[in-house]
Design a binder for this molecule. Structure first.
Ligand SMILES: [Zn+2]
Length: 246
């Protein structure tokens, strides 16, 4: 523990010290020779995990440790994702349900493969605005290549560039421009990449005595359900044709 963080990998000598290094890097805190405190991720209480050194002999058998480490690792990855370009807003994860739905729906459409590949490129941060290229000196100018009037930021490219007007489709989302501009730094993952923060769609489990009314997109249909006590584990989905009436 007294070893500086940067020098810790040099002190790894075997499986036990490797595990100790990983736990320290993941933010776990040793509280005694055989117990560790897992970091809280905001959704779960922290608690201590105790194990004997002998457990490391067959680490793949150490299920309690691995099960406890999994959410720690997932939270660490989510934080890293949120620090990437246009990643803010994804600190609690990403709800990819609508993206998956689009991927499936494009399979039968003309040029659907190219469209879905473009979606994946955007979702995985594979688009380079002029400003993004300029920062590591990959280009001489950060000005938008299409209009040449403003710095080529992501919000300019997606929402503000006057050259977007070449496509009438952009007019359909005009009313959303003020909101996109206002949230360009807090939720760029949503406004520039189309990724929905997982905490936006997370449904709190109802109290046991409280009926739950909800809807869920299933394939191309919207299932409407009234779920009674304890039914979340085995929900009943009732489908309607959305035509209204009784
Ligand atoms: Zn422009």
């Amino acid at each position: 523990m007294d070893v500086p963080v940067q020098q810790r990998p040099r002190h790894v000598r075997g499986p036990v010290s490797s595990v100790i290094l990983y736990l320290l890097q993941a933010g776990w805190t040793p509280t005694s020779a055989t117990s560790w405190q897992a970091p809280g991720d905001g959704t779960k209480e922290t608690h201590a995990l105790e194990f004997q050194a002998g457990a490391f002999v067959g680490l793949d058998q150490a299920q309690p440790l691995l099960a406890e480490f999994e959410p720690t690792l997932a939270a660490q990855l989510r934080r890293e994702v949120a620090r990437e370009f246009c990643g803010a807003g994804l600190e609690q994860g990403t709800d990819l349900q609508s993206y998956r739905h689009y991927m499936v729906s494009f399979q039968g459409v003309h040029r659907g493969r190219q469209i879905s590949e473009l979606l994946v490129t955007i979702a995985t941060d594979g688009f380079w605005t002029q400003q993004r290229k300029f920062e590591p000196k990959l280009t001489d100018s950060d000005m938008c290549l299409r209009c040449g009037e403003e710095v080529g930021t992501s919000v300019h490219r997606c929402w503000l560039c006057p050259k977007n007007r070449d496509s009438p489709a952009y007019a359909l989302s005009d009313e959303l421009v003020p909101e996109a501009v206002a949230e360009q730094h807090t939720y760029p993952a949503f406004w520039m990449r189309g990724l929905i923060p997982a905490d936006w769609t997370k449904v709190q489990a109802p109290a046991a005595s409280e009926p739950f009314y909800g809807s869920q997109l299933v394939g191309d249909s919207v299932g409407l359900g009234c779920l009674g006590r304890g039914a979340l584990e085995s929900p009943i989905v009732i489908f309607g044709d959305a035509s209204g009436g009784p």
